[in-house]
Design a binder for this molecule. Structure first.
Ligand code: SAH
Ligand code: SF4
Ligand code: F3S
Length: 436
């Protein structure tokens, strides 16, 4: 029997990237092979994101593109997975009747069964938060060789209820996977060539599947031979406990890069956002982290134009950024999300949001570039991931997550090498190998 073809398009955060891999594996057991072309697929699956309005609307424009394909081949199955599926459920089918199945992020282990139900034009939908653990129900990952850097979801959901955010509604309450399962999955990844694992969770440092919390899990993973690097994302400032701060100081495999969103620098705004921390407490936290790991590169997320944010509030955000010096950052205009508390409040005009975003990004880009330029002349350790665009080039990531290009004929994907940084370009560094 020839394999059926599955095309998956992934939007949103790294957790969706991980989920898409697992859905591909689940469907692999049903005779589906992944293709990178929707045109010859037997099934198209969009793994969607609901975080901002634009992200959610993209799904409908993408579905629109498949109308012709579906008309020509009515047996083509079209599915919507992920956070839009969770938030909008059967509304999706009302807006786009060609959609055959809708599956929420907590139910994707049921995808094969749901797909089987879509015979002869029937629709299938599952947006439950089931009692059973979806990870436990998934078949083991295939034994195929893997790229050197992998994601591993250890925690899902969020109990924080920031006033702007849909995640607690789309992903549900905070749940941690048991440490022994995580360690077993990590070992399996390492056997298949993985050298760097990024632990994922919407609120990953709230992890409680190990008695020592996330720090305990990191120390358990640290013992795995062959695993060279550990990272984790995304964290909430209030869950950075002593043990995790200490791990940044003495756990060699834990990389000196931390994504720790603060969202805003004004206490008034932070309070309205229900962040449960102040700008000052965030800055003190970074001081403590840098006391144990002085070269720690910070990354963050920012929202501009949150309801009722004034110019003065916004300047507080710029001051906080000046104080931290970020190595990288993501910034967004506030987007009203139906059902969240902030959506009901007086909104900042769009042109104000645009103006603030531009000013914020100018500052962040300047900082990012300065930290990157400061790497020139320094020695870093690079994990090589793939060939670069130019012949004879390899590209990988430094400890600080900078992309580093090196011209070399004897480097391969999966190699870790000491590299001297020679120059800094707009988005990456160039380096030369220093030998073994
Ligand atoms: N769990 C993570 C972030 C999840 S969402 C955390 O707490 O840090 C990723 C980022 O999207 C958030 O950090 C925030 O900056 C942004 N975001 C979330 N909701 C948003 C909204 N309604 N409008 C604009 N940006 C938003
Ligand atoms: Fe959303 Fe993160 Fe806040 Fe949770 S902690 S509600 S995921 S922004
Ligand atoms: Fe988007 Fe859902 Fe991730 S809303 S950011 S895909 S948790």
């Amino acid at each position: 029997m020839t394999a059926k073809k599955l095309f998956i398009k992934t939007y949103g955060c790294q957790m969706n990237v991980y989920d898409s891999e697992r859905m591909a594996e689940a469907m692999g057991g049903e005779g589906y092979e992944v293709t990178d072309r929707p045109d010859d697929a037997d099934m198209i699956l969009l793994n969607t994101c609901h975080i901002r309005e634009k992200a959610a609307e993209k799904v409908y424009s993408e579905l629109g593109r498949y109308k012709g394909l579906k008309a020509a081949r009515p047996d083509l199955k079209i599915g919507v997975a992920g956070c839009v599926a969770q938030a909008e459920g059967e509304e999706i089918m009302k807006r786009q009747p060609m959609v055959d199945l809708v599956v929420g992020p907590q139910s994707y282990h049921r995808l094969p069964e749901l797909t089987a139900r879509t015979h002869n034009g029937a629709k299938a939908i599952d947006t439950d938060f089931p009692e059973e653990d979806k990870f436990a129900h998934l078949k083991g990952r295939s034994k195929a060789k893997r790229a050197p850097a992998a994601f591993l979801t250890v925690q899902e959901g969020c109990d924080k209820f920031c006033a702007f955010c849909v995640v607690p509604y789309t992903r549900g309450a905070e749940v941690s996977r048991p440490a022994d399962r995580v360690v077993a999955e990590a070992r399996d990844l390492v056997e298949r060539g993985v050298r760097e694992i990024t632990l994922l969770g919407q609120n990953v440092n709230a992890y409680h599947g190990h008695e020592g919390g996330l720090a305990g899990l990191i120390r358990a993973l640290d013992k795995i031979d062959g695993l060279a690097r550990i990272r984790y994302t995304t964290s909430h400032p209030n869950d950075m406990d002593e043990a995790l701060i200490a791990a940044h100081g003495d756990c060699e495999k834990l990389m000196p890069y931390l994504h720790l969103p603060v969202q805003a620098g004004s206490d008034r705004v932070l309070k309205r956002m229900n962040r449960q921390h102040t700008a000052e407490s965030y800055l003190r936290l970074i001081e403590r982290l840098r006391a144990v790991r002085p070269d720690l590169h910070m990354s963050g997320d920012f929202i501009v134009g949150f309801p009722e944010e004034t110019e003065e509030d916004f300047r507080d955000t710029l001051s906080l950024i000046e104080a931290v010096e970020y190595g990288s950052a993501f910034s967004f205009k506030y987007s009203e999300r139906p059902g969240t508390p902030a959506a009901e409040r007086p909104q900042v005009p769009e042109d104000e949001k645009d103006d603030r975003l531009q000013r914020l990004q100018a500052l962040l880009t300047k900082q990012q570039r300065a930290l990157q330029d400061a790497m020139v002349g320094r020695e870093v350790q690079v994990l090589f991931e793939k060939p670069g665009r130019l012949p004879g080039q390899m590209v990988g990531k430094s400890e600080y997550l900078h992309a580093v290009h090196v011209e070399s004929s004897d480097l391969a994907a999966g190699d870790l090498a000491r590299i001297r940084i020679a120059s800094s370009g707009p988005n990456s560094l160039k380096g030369v190998g220093l030998g073994a």
